[in-house]
Design a protein around this ligand. Structure first.
Ligand SMILES: *[C@@H]1O[C@H](CO)[C@@H](O)[C@H](O)[C@H]1NC(C)=O
Ligand SMILES: *[C@@H]1O[C@H](CO)[C@@H](O)[C@H](O)[C@H]1NC(C)=O
Ligand SMILES: *[C@@H]1O[C@H](CO)[C@@H](O)[C@H](O)[C@H]1NC(C)=O
Ligand SMILES: *[C@@H]1O[C@H](CO)[C@@H](O)[C@H](O)[C@H]1NC(C)=O
Length: 273
């Protein structure tokens, strides 16, 4: 192999070392968003899905916190339902909080369960609007792109019958397949506990369909962790990462990757002369 080929190889090796050590606390990128609400126990509601304080709170049929994290999902005849308070709300005109089922390419649940992400929307109508979501669920059904499926009551229908079981309503109150209810007035047909989040979609969220967003991991606001009861143990490292301090950024690389990376850089430099 030629010298320049070898040099390029070393640069790639260095890049690989850096990428291989990119941790869950550094996650960022572009994503598409979808909507869902299925009343089922969220996927991050099971034990040991990630290194967290407790799984995402699941609720009983009558909206009481369920203490048994082994309870089965109501999607499958079990007693575990999605808690109705895990729905979105507007903090002000440009900021909302909420929950989402997410997928980040190249990773599995332990990477995101209970992590919080800032979504800066980039689609027309939602410019300058930001949403901070906690990953309460997982969206493994599409794995070709980063995706945040926002938990919005009435935002979509579901093939499961957990909502009808939980509230004793017809599936039809949740609207049309793939799009959910079609107007703010239709939110009045939803179970009372779900109406506010349904209206949020037509107010703050401008009834957006598939808006795109830039996302980045942020430290969870206590407003969200209080609702789910779940916080990740790596949340402390996120604060350092988001301070924008380059000294801290360099320190985030493990010593081993720094040594290998630096050696590769020096060798590549020597070979380039
Ligand atoms: C509703 O859910 C289906 C199934 O997951 C999905 O294909 C569709 O894109 C969703 N609709 C919206 C508006 O997010
Ligand atoms: C919305 O609230 C956030 C957090 O309190 C604050 O930083 C931001 O300035 C507020 N934006 C407006 C438009 O009030
Ligand atoms: C977003 O912010 C920019 C810069 O402040 C402003 O020019 C633009 O009108 C805003 N867009 C919307 C939709 O509010
Ligand atoms: C960056 O962090 C280092 C170590 O914590 C600190 O000494 C330094 O003052 C910080 N620099 C800035 C610009 O915040």
């Amino acid at each position: 192999m030629t010298l320049s080929y070898f040099r390029n190889f070393l640069f790639l090796l260095d890049l690989f070392v850096v990428l291989a050590h990119a941790s869950a606390t550094d996650a960022s990128g572009t994503a598409v968003t979808t909507r869902f609400w299925d009343c089922c126990k969220p996927s991050c509601g099971w034990k040991a899905k990630a290194d967290f304080t407790q799984p995402v709170q699941t609720c009983t049929k009558d909206q009481k916190p369920l203490t048994d994290f082994d309870a089965g999902t109501a999607c499958n005849g079990g007693d575990g339902f999605q808690c109705s308070n895990q729905q979105p709300w507007a903090v002000n005109d440009t900021l909302s909080y909420g929950f989402a089922g997410i997928f980040i390419t190249g990773h599995v649940e332990d990477y995101w369960c209970c992590a919080c992400y800032q979504l800066d929307f980039t689609s027309e109508g939602l410019e300058n609007k930001t949403m901070i979501v906690q990953a309460s669920n997982t969206a493994y059904d599409v794995t070709t792109t980063n995706r945040f499926s926002l938990a919005i009551p009435g935002g979509n229908t579901t093939s499961h019958d957990a909502c009808t079981t939980q509230f004793g309503v017809e599936q039809s109150v949740f609207g049309e397949e793939n799009s959910g209810v079609s107007s703010k007035d239709d939110c009045n047909n939803l179970p009372e506990a779900l109406q506010d989040g349904c209206r949020w979609r037509f107010d703050w969220f401008q009834n957006a369909e598939y808006p795109s967003a830039n996302f980045k991991r942020v430290t969870c606001p206590s407003e969200l962790t209080q609702i789910t009861g779940c916080a990740r143990h790596d949340d402390k490292q996120v604060q350092a990462a988001s301070s924008g301090n380059s000294t801290n950024a360099a320190n985030r690389q493990s010593p081993r990757s720094s040594v290998v990376g630096t050696a590769a850089m020096i060798l590549a430099g020597l070979l380039s002369v």
